[in-house]
Design a binder for this molecule. Structure first.
Ligand SMILES: [Zn+2]
Length: 262
C-alpha cells in the first residue's frame, strides 16, 4: 500500500511573462484595434479630370477649427474663418455653376491630410483656404494671399486665381500688402519666409501644407489682421466676413469665366 506522499507537492511554477504584463499587452492591442477601426481606410485618388464646364466643385477650407482657434486679437481667427466659409458656401450654393464643399465641419479640428482628402473625394477643382492674419504690431493691416508656389502641378492656375482675388479685394477697397497682395510662403524649419510673387524661382522648401497637398489649384488667403482694429471691423466682423465672401465669390466667377448672380 502506497502511503501518502511524504512531501507536499510544490505548486507548479508559471515561467512565462507576468500576468500584469500580458493584461497590459492585451489592453494595448484592443485599444489599437479600436483606433484602427475609427480611421478611414478609403484610398483617395488625388488625380482626376478637371471639368471644363459647370458645375465646378469648390472646396472651402476654414483654416482653423475646434481646439485650434488660430491667432488671437479683437476676435479669435477661427471665428473669421468659419463665418467667411459659411457666407461663401451660401453664395456658391445659390449659383448653379458651383457645388461648394467644406473641408471640415465647423467646430472641429481636422488635420491638413483629412481636409485635403475630403477635397479630393469630392473632386474639387478649386480650393480656398481662409485665414486671418496677426501681428504684435497692431498697426499691421491689409490683405495678402498665397497661391501654390512655382514648380508644382497647379502653380499657374493657382496664380491666376490669386490674381482674381487680389484684384477683387483691391476693388472692394482693401489694402493689398507687398507689391500686389500676392506672395509665396515657404518654411525653413519653423521659420516662415515670404517671397514676392514676382520672384518665381522654384524652391525645394515646402509651402503651407494645404497648398502643397491640394489636389487642385489652391490659394490661401489672409483676409485681414485680427490684431488691427480697422481690419477686424471691416473684414472679420459678421458683416466684414459677408463682404469678404462676396469678394471671393466674384473672384471665383472671374476665374471660371461664369456670370455672377448679381
Ligand atoms: Zn491661420
Amino acid at each position: 500500500m502506497r502511503g501518502r506522499s511524504f512531501y507536499r507537492r510544490r505548486p507548479r511554477r508559471y515561467s512565462g511573462p507576468p500576468f500584469w504584463l500580458l493584461a497590459m499587452a492585451a489592453a494595448v492591442i484592443v485599444l489599437l484595434l479600436l483606433w484602427a477601426g475609427t480611421r478611414r481606410t478609403v484610398e483617395v485618388s488625388m488625380e482626376y479630370e478637371m471639368p471644363t464646364q459647370p458645375p465646378y466643385t469648390v472646396a472651402l477650407d476654414a483654416g482653423h477649427g475646434g481646439m485650434d482657434t488660430g491667432a488671437e486679437g479683437y476676435l479669435d481667427e477661427v471665428v473669421l474663418c468659419e463665418q467667411t466659409v459659411d457666407a461663401l458656401y451660401n453664395l456658391l450654393a445659390l449659383d448653379d455653376n458651383f457645388v461648394p464643399v467644406r473641408t471640415r465641419p465647423n467646430g472641429e479640428k481636422y488635420s491638413v491630410d483629412e481636409r485635403v482628402e475630403t477635397a479630393a473625394q469630392r473632386k474639387a477643382c478649386l480650393l480656398m483656404s481662409i485665414h486671418g492674419n496677426s501681428d504684435g504690431d497692431s498697426s499691421s493691416h491689409g490683405f495678402e494671399c498665397f497661391p501654390t508656389p512655382p514648380g508644382r502641378v497647379w502653380s499657374q492656375e493657382s496664380m491666376a486665381f490669386a490674381q482674381c482675388i487680389a484684384q477683387q479685394m483691391e476693388q472692394a477697397g482693401h489694402r493689398l500688402r507687398g507689391t500686389n497682395g500676392i506672395r509665396f510662403a515657404y518654411y525653413e524649419g519653423k521659420r516662415k519666409i515670404l517671397v514676392d510673387s514676382e520672384d518665381d524661382r522654384v524652391r525645394e522648401l515646402k509651402s503651407f501644407g494645404i497648398l502643397e497637398k491640394a489636389p487642385c489649384p489652391a490659394v490661401l488667403v489672409e483676409q485681414g489682421f485680427v490684431t488691427n482694429a480697422q481690419d477686424a471691423e471691416n473684414w472679420a466682423s459678421p458683416e466684414g466676413c459677408e463682404r469678404a465672401a462676396q469678394v471671393y465669390y466674384q473672384a471665383i466667377c472671374q476665374y471660371f469665366g461664369t456670370q455672377p448672380m448679381v
